[in-house]
Design a protein around this ligand. Structure first.
Ligand code: FAD
Length: 592
């Protein structure tokens, strides 16, 4: 005998219309109690919704790209007739401040052999999270080892992420700006691009920073062990020593005995199953190698990384197509900001295919042929010289033998931590991309400091109110805290102050007055709860809004802070004045 029961979304912390980013089950699957059914993403957190019952999936009522709220029907399960209803389980959150998930801890291993190294703190991974944790640990007087498979510290961010992409974007921005000067009567010739030299510049930038990190590690007496690390028990790690480009294992193995550990192994590119192994199909790392400039390029995934790399290639001469499953590019940012970016960048694109999926990529002699499905899919497959797949990143939590240390890892590879960055094993911490969204370097660094301080028995907490996001495109798009779209969706009683850059003397003088600065205030408390900027250098300006939110400022605090004139930073003070109805740089407003 069996029964059909409906599994619905439990209390998800008051969020409504939350995006479904993954559905883990299909009809016919057998699921266990607590097994994850779907993953949801708000701007603050990724969370998985577990099943309240064991059974066989009869119907799946949701799909990736859809939205759910508390009470939305997820799946219909066939369960044994004796199964009794259990209260809806809370979703297991994956953000930095999430409590360890209610998941059984794995049984830890036990190592009885000798050790090659001993330390108070071992840090697994040398990215921004890892090196910051190691440096802070050493500064707090603890004997520290950092293990990294590659020869240099810096991780994704310095070597194949934030920094090289910005080095290329800077050059692209200068080329674009020079073109705009023609309208002011200053004409330069067409740029002559020496792609090898440009790549060399990017490598030099990376080299300068990674050399600096090596020096700082040395100055702090942080020991660098090069190899692939795995926990073998709660106090031992095995390292397979590497050489060459980081993937070659020498065969030599070392054992590290540690008192405390900080896991900072980051994330990897999410690869769609049909992506062929062909040099004309690249991920962000491949795109940053800048081997040549294609005529026609497809960007698979309309997120920040894809659009940043697209900007570089387009300025160097490529025509772009972008395909995105959801209904807009640059998800997470308010649509009014993205509209400004879209207008400014329309000339780069032949096709922006929203609500469309790539379903096949075929490598042929004349190019990579892509087949699409969805609302804006071309009927025929399209041929590209280069395809960049930028459909997201997956955490590396499941790749470090965490289970041997008794550390819980979710099905998706995240390591749940509390707000002291502690895993379910009290002397082992985790930070950075592998503890949850947003996967950003500045989040990793702040978490790193918290983890290191707690490893030194301080009482530190990760209690940031907000984490900013920036697309370093042209114009830049930056946002922090509550977005206007989110405020509307969640019925927040908000008010806004928007200062259009068309009224900014500096923006007009710069010939770049397409943007605006927007501040979002809570109408009840009058405090600032969010802000967003679109325009050149928006990313450099958003920090002031972050500080205002952290300090609980209201519009008077911001508006009465004297900003230097003429600067783009002024637009933040003026947006606050607009909210108060006292801005004299715009036509008279209605009295408030
Ligand atoms: P990582 O930087 O991923 O570092 C993890 C390190 O651990 C790696 O060096 C890896 O080799 C090492 N490792 C993993 N497993 C093992 C093991 N078993 N043994 C030994 N070593 C191991 N973020 C921003 O904030 N701003 C940006 O502008 C930005 N731009 C980006 C552009 C691109 C193209 C990409 C791909 C990412 C970008 N990011 C950006 C994201 C940013 O790079 C990451 O959020 C950040 O690097 C995460 O830091 P982390 O320390 O958690 O991990």
């Amino acid at each position: 005998m069996s029964n059909l029961i409906e599994i619905k979304v439990p209390d998800i912390g008051g969020h409504d219309n939350v995006d479904i980013i993954e559905v883990f089950v299909k009809v016919g699957d057998t699921v266990a109690v607590e097994e994850s059914l779907i993953a949801l993403e708000t701007d603050k957190a990724t969370m998985e919704v577990p099943s309240t019952h064991a059974g066989v999936v009869k119907e799946v009522k949701v799909a990736v790209g859809g939205k759910v709220s508390e009470g939305s029907l997820l799946v219909v399960l066939e369960v044994a007739a004796t199964a009794t209803a259990t209260p809806a389980a809370a979703p297991s959150p994956a953000p930095a401040t999430a409590a360890a998930a209610p998941q059984a801890a794995p049984v830890a291993g036990s190592h009885t052999g000798a050790a090659d190294y001993e330390c108070e703190v071992v840090v697994l991974g040398g990215g921004p999270g890892g090196y910051s944790a190691a440096f802070r640990s050493a500064d707090l007087g603890m004997k520290t080892i950092v293990v990294e498979r590659f020869s240099k510290l810096g991780g994704v961010c310095l070597n194949v992420g934030c920094i090289p992409s910005k080095a290329l974007l800077h050059n692209a921005a200068v080329i674009d700006e020079v073109k705009h000067l023609a309208a002011n009567g200053i004409k330069f010739g067409e740029p002559e691009i020496d792609i090898d030299a440009l790549r060399g510049f990017k490598e030099k930038v990376i080299g300068k920073l990674t050399t600096g990190l090596a020096g700082m590690a040395k100055a702090r007496k942080v020991e660098f062990v090069r190899g692939v690390a795995r926990f073998i028990d709660p106090h031992h790690m095995e390292v397979q020593i590497t050489s060459g480009d980081g993937k070659e294992v020498t065969g030599e193995t070392k054992i590290i005995k540690f008192q405390k550990a900080i896991i900072a192994a980051g994330s990897s590119v999410f690869k769609l199953p049909f992506v062929p192994n062909d040099p004309r199909v690249v991920d962000s790392t491949g795109a940053l190698e800048l081997k040549s400039v294609p005529k026609r390029m497809l960007i698979l995934g309309g997120g920040i990384i894809g659009l940043e790399m697209g900007t570089v290639y387009s300025t160097l001469g490529a025509r772009l197509d972008v395909v995105e499953m959801l209904d807009g590019l640059m998800q997470g940012a308010d649509r009014d900001l993205v509209k400004v970016w879209e207008k400014w960048n329309a000339h780069r694109f032949d096709n922006i295919m929203l609500k469309t999926k790539t379903v096949a990529l075929e490598a042929k002699e004349d190019g990579i042929w892509a087949t699409f499905e969805g609302e804006n899919a071309p009927k025929e497959p399209q041929c590209y010289d280069l395809v960049l797949h930028a459909t997201g990143r997956v955490p590396n939590g499941g790749k470090v033998g965490a289970e041997n240390a008794g550390v819980i890892v979710t099905d998706r590879g995240f390591i749940p931590v509390d707000n002291q960055m502690r895993t379910n094993v009290p002397h082992i911490f985790a930070i950075g991309d592998l503890v949850g969204q947003p996967m950003l370097a500045h989040k990793a660094v702040h978490e790193a400091h918290v983890a290191a301080e707690n490893a030194a028995d301080h009482k530190a907490f990760f209690d940031a109110r907000v984490i900013p996001g920036v697309a370093y495109t042209d114009p830049e798009v930056a946002w922090v805290g509550v977005t206007e779209d989110e405020a509307k969706k969640n019925g927040i009683n908000y008010g806004k102050g928007v200062f259009p850059w068309a009224a900014s003397g500096r923006a007009i003088a710069n010939g770049r007055d397409e943007g605006f600065t927007k501040l979002i205030f809570d109408q009840d408390t009058k405090q600032i709860i969010g802000g967003a900027i679109v325009g050149p250098h928006a990313g450099d300006m958003i920090g002031e809004i972050c500080l205002a939110i952290e300090m609980g400022c209201d519009a008077v605090d911001i508006g009465k802070t004297i900003h230097p004139h003429p600067t783009m930073g002024e637009s933040i003070g003026m947006a606050a004045e607009v909210f108060k109805g006292v801005c004299t740089d715009l036509p008279p407003q209605k009295k408030k």
